[in-house]
Design a protein around this ligand. Structure first.
Ligand SMILES: Cc1cc2nc3c(=O)[nH]c(=O)nc-3n(C[C@H](O)[C@H](O)[C@H](O)COP(=O)(O)OP(=O)(O)OC[C@H]3O[C@@H](n4cnc5c(N)ncnc54)[C@H](O)[C@@H]3O)c2cc1C
Length: 388
């Protein structure tokens, strides 16, 4: 095995959605690539039955990317309209897929379903490859062998905010997100609501089980989320109704509540010699704008495209070619990363402020978006496609 590590062209550490996507995009174009993927999960998909069921908003751009990999999840409800408003104050905007000429603004897919379909797709590709090694790190005695300096080492070991050590730019918002799903009645299908409250944003999103179910993401100070996590069901629903105060229909039951601490954790330099950081290993964002995974998938896409341009032509590992490619990667990802990080941080900070000038300012911003369609469309396009 040590020999294999020495001769590997690429090593990916971490088989979350971003690491798996990167592996697929590399092997699709180059089945002979000497690639090692280090996965903490077991070979069997059984563990996914109890894995993370949170609904993730996948942008139209990410859908197209997953489709190109053969890893799109079919039972992913579309979002045709997004209503954004703030509780107790003026200012509201509605984004509509028809207005910007797109079939949908995005889709909702469970985290575990994205993992499952990417793993299935990588398994299909595995049988056509000659030098790919999918290494399961379930053996606790595993220690990482030294990797040759000529090998491109991709850190895709992501993780949730509270699992990570602090990076160059670290901000704890003092908030957690409570996620779960609701049984509902008379709630419009294919519509997403984002409601900014004095505690933080609350999102009500479509759910894969159909019209009578919805995902929710409720962001609030940690202490409040701890309390809400354990409230009896009907009491929880009353609190949720009071918190959003929108005539969206009836909320009947709540299921699978789980909380996640939230913060911003950014690596400024995402390339060092032959090493590169992608996805949550490079940036962990507040979920307010639903951008973390979408940004990570764009990381994977750009990196694989650039690496393929050197490895498809040459079987030889060259440290200069790797370094040069990674520097180009850092350059190409800079604008998209910066914009997405700044927009997300702004939304997470500005929309939780209770200072009157800020409350009025964001009301004006939401109203302006509603009445200035070109700006609204520009924002919707950034959210849907980013900058690739
Ligand atoms: C509440 C919440 C809601 C969210 N909603 C959205 C949304 O709507 N839209 C969106 O785009 N994003 C959303 N996100 C963000 C999204 O979940 C992440 O951006 C995404 O999961 C990052 O993927 P990743 O593969 O980089 O990292 P991860 O998903 O963290 O995967 C990393 C993998 O690496 C493994 N690993 C760790 N260390 C090692 C190691 N040493 N060796 C090998 N393997 C290792 C881990 O076990 C894991 O499997 C949300 C996040 C939260 C918390």
């Amino acid at each position: 095995m040590i020999d294999k590590f020495q001769s590997a062209q690429v090593v990916i550490e971490g088989a979350g959605p971003v690491g798996l996507a990167c592996g697929i995009l590399l092997l699709q174009n180059n089945p002979e690539l000497k690639l090692i993927l280090i996965d903490k999960n077991p070979a069997s998909d059984d563990f996914l039955a109890n894995a993370d069921t949170r609904g993730i908003a996948i942008s139209e751009g990410s859908k197209q990317l997953l489709q190109s990999m053969g890893a799109w999840v079919d039972y992913a409800p579309a979002i045709h309209q997004v209503h954004v408003s703030q509780k107790g104050y003026f200012g509201r905007t509605v984004m509509d897929s028809a207005e910007i000429g797109q079939p949908a603004l995005g889709h909702i897919v469970r985290y575990r379903d994205i993992l499952l379909s990417l793993r299935e797709q990588l398994r299909c590709l595995e049988s056509k490859t000659t030098s790919f090694i999918w290494l399961r790190e379930t053996d606790t005695t595993f220690t990482m062998p030294n990797v040759s300096p000529n090998t491109c080492f991709i850190h895709a070991d992501g993780g949730l905010f509270h699992e990570q050590s602090a990076k160059d730019l670290y901000k704890d918002y003092g908030q957690s997100a409570l996620v779960g799903w609701l049984e509902v009645k008379d709630v419009k299908p294919n519509v997403a609501w984002e409601r900014f409250t004095e505690d933080g944003p609350i999102a009500i999103l479509p759910h894969h089980q159909g019209q009578n179910t919805k995902n929710f993401v409720w962001c609030a100070p940690k202490a409040k989320i701890d309390l809400l996590s354990h409230l009896p069901e009907q009491e929880f629903l009353i609190q949720l109704k009071n918190a959003i105060q929108l005539p969206i229909g009836q909320l009947l039951n709540v299921h699978q509540r789980k909380s996640y601490p939230l913060g911003l954790n950014i690596k400024k330099e995402i390339v060092k010699g032959n090493e590169v950081w992608i996805g949550n290993a490079a940036q962990t964002l507040h979920p307010v704008a639903g951008q973390g995974l979408n940004l990570g998938l764009r990381d994977a896409y750009t990196l694989a495209r650039l690496l393929n341009s050197i490895y498809v032509k040459s079987r030889v590992n060259s440290i200069d070619a790797v370094k040069c490619t990674l520097n180009e990667y850092q350059k190409q990802r800079s604008r998209d990363r910066q914009t997405t990080i700044q927009v997300t941080d702004l939304m997470a900070s500005v929309f939780t402020s209770t200072l009157l000038p800020i409350v009025i300012g964001r009301g004006i911003a939401l109203s302006a978006l509603q009445w200035l369609p070109p700006f609204k469309n520009l924002l919707a396009r950034q959210m849907m496609f980013g900058q690739r």
